[in-house]
Design a protein around this ligand. Sequence first.
Ligand SMILES: *Cc1c(COP(=O)(O)O)cnc(C)c1O
Length: 376
Amino acid sequence: MQFRDLRRQYEALKPAIDSALHETVLSSAFIMGQPVKRLEEALAEYVGVKHCITCASGTDALDIALKVWKIGPGDAVFVPDFTFFASAEVVALEGAEPVFVDIDPDTFNMDASSLEAAVEAVLREGRLTPRAVIAVDLFGLPADYRAIRPLAQKYGLYLLEDAAQGFGGRLQGRRACSFGDIGATSFFPAKPLGCYGDGGAIFTDNDEWAAVADSIRVHGKGSFKYDNVRIGLNSRLDTLQAAVLLPKFDAFKRYELEQVNRCAAAYQARLADLLKTPDVPQGFFSSWAQYTVQLTDRTVRDRLQAALKEKQIPSMVYYPKPMHLQTAFQSLLPGILPCPVAERLCETVLSLPMHPYLTIEEIDEVCDVVRQTLAR
Ligand SMILES: *Cc1c(COP(=O)(O)O)cnc(C)c1O
């Protein structure tokens, strides 16, 4: 059994993917070929924003947003303590300071009252200027923008949506990548919509920011490539990746998103009485980048992971370390507020196999091991 079975997906989409790859090679337009433009138009329309600018990775997408807003030294950027490293890495890369915010134990996403407390603490301390908040749509579930958006407004913060895991999620009828002033996503192979390498995109309704982002991804180009008006990056999405993404996006919309939700419901029905299954609050819709359960403590979690491994069932601990304990941040952390929920979840979470091509038989197999292990 695979944790995320990309081989099965390829087998289902083989003719379309093969011909997309073949056509791109024949066209020789490897950089900024026609599929890139087609993909950007299709993604912008789906998300419901004016502009989509693809780039080389989800990390670059986040970084480009911070560059557009000129975030740098002396600035505080609020980031959940429980996320993938890149969400906070880009803040430090730009010379600003990540300020870690605790999460909600039911949704794994940034807790709005902890955000407000962190902003107030930074203001009281007076050393940094609060500039932006990066809300992460962790494991496929949009963050609670109903509570976060008003706080961003109250404190004059830019809102950056890290939807690297969130593409396809919804909140009150609106789609992920549309909740921030800028939204960022990743096409890393294992994300809800993945390509065959690295890739990413940013989304915004703001014409000026879109133009600046488009410039930044090509060495800060001005009116043409050899007129350079700002310091940028080399961060384009390869034509081959865009060509692969077009048929994959089609399958994602037609059935994959529905299928992962069917898998989540099947897990829920089999596991809800055994452990804490993930919550999807009223009004939210998840794209299930991960299916993450919570055990009572670390011993039980590790015992379950070992039992699954014995049956050749892969599982992962997302995430074993809260951001504020990452070695790379130790030198630049004044350590503003504790994040006890993130710390506890690092000890108790376990992500189970999850993807659109998972069968009910495989789900049964996983759940049987869970049941047997926890009964002991
Ligand atoms: C994967 C991920 C990223 C980075 O995306 P890459 O395409 O791997 O650079 C950023 N944030 C989160 C939450 C992620 O899961």
